[in-house]
Design a protein around this ligand. Structure first.
Ligand SMILES: C[S@@+](CC[C@H](N)C(=O)[O-])C[C@H]1O[C@@H](n2cnc3c(N)ncnc32)[C@H](O)[C@@H]1O
Length: 255
């Protein structure tokens, strides 16, 4: 589906306000788009602008990574399960760059593209909404969608950011070699403030991850992991005591 463009007035009024300026609430209760880019997203943008192929932004929200990639000259397929996010994104794109953007509404793990469609894929802060088997299915699909030499960039929530109450069970699960140690239900029992709860009210569970779990998924999908690490989100600090491991990322190459 190519997203219908909305005028700027409609777009601006559709996005709910939030007290932390860099966190923009989603319209479908799946948390926030972060306006502060991490190293993995920045590298995807750099790679997108440097190459001549098409790149994919999965779970793009309002385009925090898509917009700078377009500005860097990339051809971008922006995809999200929430069509209203895509409409707002499309309305933000300057007319001169609109020909570089396609918007596709769809949800992982059901989404599909032809094999070999993309030179780089970013999937930032989406996989933690999926059950373990659906993460594996989705990342295996992403591996197929890449051209040989293409790069996959994954970013996910860990237990060490806003989900800190999940740390003991997560660490116990890791020690016991539980395959998906970060599954939590009853999300509002874990969240720090009413303001955050209001914007994370749709997912029935979270599957919190770390760098090792992201790297394992990439390896099992046949990709070569070049980097996997925790990500220090200093922009989260308004939400309480955090420790520099708020997100995790992995970058893996096909072939
Ligand atoms: C927490 S926001 C992250 C936005 C942005 N990528 C970032 O890193 O800030 C999650 C986004 O992924 C979308 N999303 C959640 N689950 C999804 C799924 N299963 N398939 C596709 N998109 C999904 C949501 O609609 C939302 O726009």
């Amino acid at each position: 589906m190519v997203a219908r463009a909305m005028n700027r007035q409609q777009s601006a009024s559709a996005v709910p306000p939030f007290g932390v300026p860099s966190m923009v609430p989603t319209l479908n209760g799946t948390g926030f788009m972060f306006e502060v880019l991490d190293d993995y997203a920045r590298d995807w943008i750099r790679c997108a602008g440097a190459g001549s192929g098409t790149v994919l932004d999965l779970g793009c929200a309002y385009g925090v990574a898509t917009l700078p990639a377009l500005a860097a000259g990339a051809r971008v397929v922006a995809s999200d399960m929430e069509p209203r996010h895509l409409e707002i994104l499309a309305a933000k794109v300057p007319p001169a760059l609109r020909g570089q953007l396609s918007c596709i509404a769809g949800a992982l793990p059901g989404l599909d593209f032809p094999d070999g469609s993309f030179t780089a894929i970013l999937c930032s802060r989406v996989l933690h909404f999926l059950a373990g088997e659906d993460i594996d299915i989705s990342v295996a699909k992403m591996a197929r969608w890449l051209v040989p030499g293409g790069r996959l960039y994954l970013v996910a929530d860990t237990p060490y950011g806003i989900w800190r109450k999940a740390i003991p069970a997560f660490e116990a699960g890791k020690r016991a070699s539980v395959r998906w140690p970060g599954i939590i239900v009853g999300l509002h029992d874990y969240l720090p403030t009413a303001g955050v709860k209001k914007h994370i009210d749709k997912p029935p569970f979270m599957n919190l991850l770390d760098a090792e779990l992201l790297a394992r998924t990439c390896t099992e999908a046949g990709l070569r992991v070049e980097r996997a690490s925790f990500i220090d989100r200093t922009d989260f600090r308004g939400l309480g005591r955090l420790d520099g491991r708020e997100n995790a990322g992995a970058m893996a190459v096909k072939g």
